[in-house]
Design a protein around this ligand. Sequence first.
Ligand SMILES: [Zn+2]
Length: 343
Amino acid sequence: MKWAGYAQVALSKLKLPGDIKARMGMPRVMDLARSIELLGDEPINALAVEKDGLVLIAGRDRTAALMRLGAKKAWCHLAVDVTDQDRLDLEIDENLHRRQDDRDKLIARRVAKVAGELSDEMSDNSPRQPGRPKSKQTKAREVVARELDTTPEAVRAAEKRAEAEEREETAEPVVVPPPVETWGVPVEHLTQEFASVRIAQEAMRVADRHLRQAQSALAALEDGGGVCAAFHMLVYGEVHQAASRLRSFIPTALCPYCKGLAHRRERCSGCSGAGYVSDDALLGVAEELRAKGPGAVVPDGRGGFVLVVAQRSKGAKPVAPKALKILDANDNPIVVADEDFPF
Ligand SMILES: [Zn+2]
């Protein structure tokens, strides 16, 4: 593509994309129209137009904004020998000026592109400059900064932001450990619920802290003499009991009886349907129910247990639920109805 100078062209003569009318109503075009009006009724950058056929190749928003303002003609930068690649580059260039969300990324791409072009020129016909040679990247940054009417430092900052964003996009998602003991049972489906479990834990732990403070405040009654002893008798025990009641509810594990499984939870007497239990509640729980991972079980309702984690060997496909090996307490295989399968 080659540039062939500037010319004022009647907007009615330009070959415009079909969406130009729709564009005129877009908020960003309305903003642009206002800013063009403020800056003297002409966009800062001329429209890019293919000289042959007067096809608009960049500046659709600017054209729509000018049409909104009732302009009849506009300055156009005329281009000849336009290839599809040129159109693409112009699109990037145009977006660079328009879209704030991707701007950093586009600036980084523009710098890379300019740096690529520089390297060709430099290796071909640039004489060696005296002194410390500037890197292609530095030069490209200067070029792009001029294009955008900003400083090379601002361009570098945009590149850094784009890099950081890219890293964020490609980085592994941070895995937050479950807030409770899960017995090695798959809990992906509980992610949302765990958020509320964390809130409950935090609220109850804060309340517990306050009750402990209340207890220590009331302890002063014990040695206060006079009527203090009588009041100590009356209130200390109440607060102490409230504190221990509260602690007995702070969820620290998926209920060992239903393992928090939706269809078992409702009728589970181990957690009264909550799906979670506290440390206190775990004290009296049978050894089998505290097994983890492949050994995790739930009661089968007939004195035995049902495994809840699908068995699989390394590299093997997950075993279909029907292939689950289900054993009773004496390791004898048992047959259960489909509805008894937790998964
Ligand atoms: Zn339960």
